[in-house]
Design a protein around this ligand. Structure first.
Ligand SMILES: Nc1ncnc2c1ncn2[C@@H]1O[C@H](COP(=O)(O)OP(=O)(O)O)[C@@H](O)[C@H]1O
Ligand SMILES: [Mg+2]
Length: 228
């Protein structure tokens, strides 16, 4: 569904790969490798200096950016919420387009495994993990086909991170979403991913099946990264 053809931007040099529908792709590599930069190219937060990014065979620069960002949702490390209630936050996006219906609210909270009593809660009162669930529900409110995740559990303690992982895994399977997730955690890559893209210094150094590439790296760069 996504195809990067010789994409160059900022630190990224001549990146090419294709991603199929429903693939679970993990972007990993050292800090500063260009993982976040690569992720933000998928929904046009960045645009390539050279090369082309196709979605469904069409260059994404020819697609309406608001439509693209509904189809390709983004969740960041820090929950992206504004002051107000949980309901205020999850209805905001769809309401802008006149697409909100109140009966969606409970369903969205169910997807992120929060009780419907949370709808009236002030987001300031939520824990870090709960805020991240609401962030996820906000993104799901737009019915995306693709979920982009930039280290969504890195700011959370271990136990909470595991709970968010379980929640992500079940909703991605349930909705048949395509997932592209940045992580620096190889255990998380193993648990959640099928396909791995390993980046170093803006270059795509390995592209493969996750357990295989971690068990038997082809490059000394990946072997060294696993050791560290
Ligand atoms: N537009 C740009 N031009 C040049 N360098 C950039 C640009 N955007 C980011 N960088 C640099 O690229 C490096 C990789 O950034 P980033 O994608 O955030 O890495 P990662 O997410 O892998 O830690 C950083 O050193 C950053 O300063
Ligand atoms: Mg990053």
């Amino acid at each position: 569904m996504f195809r990067f053809e010789d994409v160059t931007y900022g630190p990224l040099k001549n990146i090419s790969f294709s991603i199929s529908k429903k693939e679970k792709v993990m972007l990993f590599g050292p800090s500063g490798a260009g993982k976040s930069t690569l992720l933000y190219l998928f929904n046009r937060l960045h645009s390539p200096d050279n090369g082309t990014i196709l979605l469904g065979g069409r260059d994404i620069v020819e697609q309406e950016v608001t439509d693209l960002r509904k189809r390709v949702g983004l969740v960041l490390q820090e929950p992206n919420l504004f002051p107000g209630t949980v309901l205020d936050n999850i209805k905001y996006g769809p309401a802008l387009f006149g697409e909100w219906q109140d009966e969606h609210a409970e369903q969205l909270l169910r997807y992120v495994q929060l009780p419907s009593s949370y709808l009236d809660r002030d987001v300031e009162q939520l824990s870090g993990g709960e805020k991240q669930r609401v962030s996820l529900a906000r993104t799901l409110a737009n019915s995306p086909e693709v979920l982009l995740l930039d280290e969504p559990t890195s700011a959370l303690d271990y136990r909470t991170a595991e709970e968010i992982e379980e929640c992500l895994e079940s909703l991605i399977n349930e909705h048949g979403l395509t997932m592209i997730m940045v992580t620096h955690n190889l255990n998380q890559a193993r648990r959640l991913g099928q396909r791995g893209l390993f980046l170093v210094n803006g270059e795509l150094v390995e592209d493969g099946n996750i357990p295989e590439m971690l068990d038997k790296p082809d490059t000394k760069e990946l072997a060294r990264f696993i050791e560290e």
